[in-house]
Write a protein that binds this ligand. Structure first.
Ligand code: PGA
Length: 253
């Protein structure tokens, strides 16, 4: 049985003080849902304060990216061990990084490997754009991102990988995918390539999330699908009531 997983991607929102205020409100509301692995991902600069506030709590902390090198002349970048000092998780390959900051399948793969080597859980994002979707390329794009992102990993490392299916057209648009459609992509274009890369057992045990306009109102529908194990939540993760409703829905899975 795959443990439900809900992660909040705060994106470039919340200062350190605002982030602490947010978790002060959120923590009492979600603390009881032990069936669900719960994670918040603030901006780098808010991570230390949020992580200190969540110390000893069941809510984990992640960053929204990292760099694969361990140290050196990489101005502006953050190394895996620097993340590990405060966090247990890292989001890698978010579509905003792919579209706006030149992230490629190759850099995603390097980052996933570096994250795992540092002992982090990698939340690897995949998903097709609207144009790709309309051109019937969803299978080609998503399965390629899965194959190339996970290329060269040993099977055992997959225990620390979570995959998030985030169709780009559904992110921040209020236009979520249909639950059945997302489930079909996850089953056929994510779990199948994972089975081909590793084995059927890994394909069935890896956790796969849906992301893209998930709200307190629609989360239950996604989580009622057999292949959707949770959500990567953007906008609604900044609203404690909504995020709590999503965690509560995941607990019923
Ligand atoms: P959204 O973002 O929930 O605001 O659509 C999801 C994400 O980008 O991870």
């Amino acid at each position: 049985m795959r443990k439900p997983f809900v992660a909040g991607n705060w994106k470039m929102n919340k200062t350190s003080a605002q982030g602490v205020a947010l978790v002060n409100e959120l923590l009492p509301a979600i603390i009881g849902y032990d069936r669900v692995e719960r994670v918040v991902c603030p901006s780098y600069l808010a991570v230390p304060a949020v992580s200190a506030r969540l110390q000893g709590s069941p809510v984990g902390v992640g960053t929204q990216d990292l760099y694969w090198e361990t140290s050196g002349a990489y101005t502006g970048e953050v190394a895996p061990d620097m993340v590990k000092e405060f966090c247990q998780y890292v989001i890698i390959g978010h579509s905003e990084r792919r579209a706006k900051f030149g992230e490629t399948d190759e850099s995603v793969n390097k980052k996933v490997k570096a994250a795992l080597a540092a002992g982090l859980v990698a939340i690897m994002c995949v998903g097709e754009t609207l144009e790709e979707n309309e051109a019937g390329q969803t299978e080609a794009v998503v399965s390629r991102q899965v194959r190339e992102g996970l290329n060269g990993l040993v099977t055992a490392a997959m225990e620390n990988v979570v995959i998030a299916y985030e169709p780009v057209w559904a992110i921040g648009t209020g236009r979520a995918a249909s639950a059945e459609g997302a489930n079909a992509v996850i089953k056929d274009f994510i779990r199948k390539p994972v089975a081909a890369l590793f084995d059927e057992k890994t394909a069935q045990s890896v956790r796969v999330l849906y992301g893209g306009s998930v709200t307190g109102a629609n989360a239950r529908e996604f989580f009622s699908q057999p292949d959707i194990d949770g959500a990567l939540v953007g906008g609604a993760s900044l609203k404690p009531v909504d995020f709590t409703a999503i965690v509560a829905a995941a607990a019923e899975r």
